[in-house]
Ligand binder design. Structure first.
Ligand SMILES: *[C@@H]1O[C@H](CO)[C@@H](O)[C@H](O)[C@H]1NC(C)=O
Ligand SMILES: *[C@@H]1O[C@H](CO)[C@@H](O)[C@H](O)[C@H]1NC(C)=O
Ligand SMILES: *[C@@H]1O[C@H](CO)[C@@H](O)[C@H](O)[C@H]1NC(C)=O
Ligand SMILES: *[C@@H]1O[C@H](CO)[C@@H](O)[C@H](O)[C@H]1NC(C)=O
Ligand SMILES: *[C@@H]1O[C@H](CO)[C@@H](O)[C@H](O)[C@H]1NC(C)=O
Length: 450
């Protein structure tokens, strides 16, 4: 097995590496792999460090939804520390570091150009969600309508021709959060929750890659959450797939998440109650022949499963179905963990995934790799999730799992600097770039027609 292509860089080295804006020669050679760059040229806009590296350097002052600071998750270009010293593919990855990791992956994109006027798209390496913590959780709460305006002012004053060329329609950036947190209407005083980044007319033309978008399409598009699996080569990727397909699934359904303890009816509460009662049902169930356990519950409050992937991946590997009820917002990182584990996701509303990740998980294929049980049926009509799942014939479960496993490469973010063999599979980053280029092309042509 080849060694990993790069040692785990300490933070300082990472900062140095990121300041190198043009790709290194070795990275350019790899563009032979996919040498036709027609319609695929991307220019990385040079931004002052206050929009990216200074935010990382400030990590210990900053706030984070689950921890006092996000410094521990910066190593390995945002993948976080390895789970253990011998691990090549598994990291303690925090999803909010996607902005840093995406930036690192952009630097090895094969069709970079230093000439903005020759580019089909302009990438803004702004760490938008990391920059937002001071508005969301910190001292700038009451100025949250300002989030992003510094960036806009920079763009229209420094080399303004780059923006004005297409009025921002060819620009894109990553915002590693849910649109809900960034679409507070302007003019609430004091503000309610979140910043107004996505409500600023200044950014309406910019394609924004988020983890969750609003119900109706705006400028944002959802892309997968980071999981903890980032293989550096094909052999390690393939050995994980083998483990997933061979895994013995002794639990019918798994619910990994927090919440569900309120007394008002909601789908999490129904699931928790059903799970607690399932032991009684188990003794009379036919399903015991195949599953020795009907339901497993893992408490994932406060991000503990994200930073300790073993805690969640092992139970997912031994479960047939993974329940994905909406929490505070409709989407969950656990959806991507479950796909990665070959645990068939069970959704309770379309906004949880089907209406989100159209580039990565084709909307018309959900029946083939997932299960939908409407939350209203569970909460108000007493539909039992366990009964529905037990009723799915074994052959269909097998087919769904096969389709699900085919989706794994599309939602994995492979490690930066990975082997050429692994680069032949399109990963979540590649698909995000492809979708962005297509969307920008359509926008630019649409504007031209007016
Ligand atoms: C770093 O943190 C300090 C204290 O919260 C803040 O005043 C400053 O603006 C931050 N710098 C950046 C680049 O976010
Ligand atoms: C991992 O490696 C580092 C440096 O090589 C060492 O200091 C540390 O003790 C090791 N940790 C474990 C758990 O082996
Ligand atoms: C924001 O403003 C409200 C009232 O206008 C005030 O009570 C609150 O302390 C302010 N928050 C911060 C973080 O300054
Ligand atoms: C967005 O694009 C429109 C044309 O489609 C243009 O009129 C407008 O000024 C642009 N917005 C910004 C902030 O540049
Ligand atoms: C289920 O059956 C096992 C033994 O088969 C028994 O120990 C357990 O108490 C039963 N559980 C319930 C809730 O009846």
């Amino acid at each position: 097995m080849p060694p990993p292509t790069s040692p785990p860089y300490p933070t300082l080295l990472l900062l140095l590496l990121l300041t190198t804006i043009s790709p290194s020669p070795t990275l350019q050679q790899q563009s032979d792999l996919d040498s036709d760059c027609t319609n695929r040229w991307i220019h990385i806009r040079h931004l002052p460090p206050r929009f990216n590296l200074d935010i990382l350097a400030n990590c210990s002052n900053d706030h984070h939804p689950f921890t006092n600071n996000f410094c521990p998750y910066i190593p390995n270009h945002g993948l976080g520390p390895k789970t253990h010293n011998q691990s090549h593919s598994w990291f303690r990855t925090d999803p909010s570091l996607l902005e840093l990791f995406f930036h690192r992956r952009m630097l090895e994109y094969p069709c970079l150009t230093s000439d903005p006027s020759a580019a089909d798209a302009i990438y803004l390496p702004y760490y938008a969600a990391l920059d937002s913590f001071k508005y969301l959780y910190g001292p700038y709460y009451n100025s949250s309508a300002l989030h992003g305006l510094n960036l806009y002012n920079f763009l229209i004053h420094d080399s303004p021709e780059i923006w004005l060329n297409r009025h921002g329609h060819d620009h894109f950036l990553v915002l590693a959060g849910t649109a809900w947190d960034y679409s507070q209407p302007l003019g609430n005083d004091p503000p309610l929750w979140g910043s107004s980044f996505l409500e600023l007319p200044e950014f309406f033309n910019v394609t924004t890659l988020t983890l969750e978008s609003r119900a109706y399409p705006w400028q944002e598009q959802s892309i997968p959450y980071l999981t903890s699996f980032h293989p550096p080569n094909l052999a390690l990727f393939d050995s994980w797939i083998k483990r997933v397909t061979r895994s013995k699934r002794s639990t019918l359904m798994l619910f990994a998440g927090g919440g569900g303890i309120s007394s008002t009816p909601n789908v999490r509460r129904s699931i928790r109650l059903e799970c607690e009662n399932s032991e009684k049902l188990a003794n009379t169930s036919q399903s015991l022949i195949e599953h020795s356990n009907l339901c497993e519950f893992i408490d994932c409050s406060n991000g503990i499963c994200e930073h300790d992937p073993i805690k969640i991946m092992k139970p997912m590997l031994r479960s047939s179905f993974c329940l994905q009820p909406p929490g505070e917002t409709p989407t969950r990182r656990s959806t991507f963990d479950s796909i990665l584990a070959g645990c068939i996701p069970v959704f309770f509303e379309e906004l949880s995934a089907k209406k989100q990740y159209g580039w990565h998980l084709p909307e018309d294929q959900y029946d083939e790799f997932s299960v939908m049980i409407l939350k209203e049926d569970v909460v108000f009509k007493g539909v039992s999730v366990g009964e529905v799942l037990k009723g799915i014939p074994r052959s269909e479960v097998r087919r769904k799992r096969e389709r699900l496993v085919e989706m794994i490469p599309r939602i994995v973010y492979r490690k930066h600097g990975s082997s050429l063999g692994l680069r032949t599979k399109k990963d979540a980053f590649d698909i995000a770039i492809e979708g962005t280029l297509q969307r920008i092309k359509a926008r630019v042509e649409g504007v031209g027609d007016q």
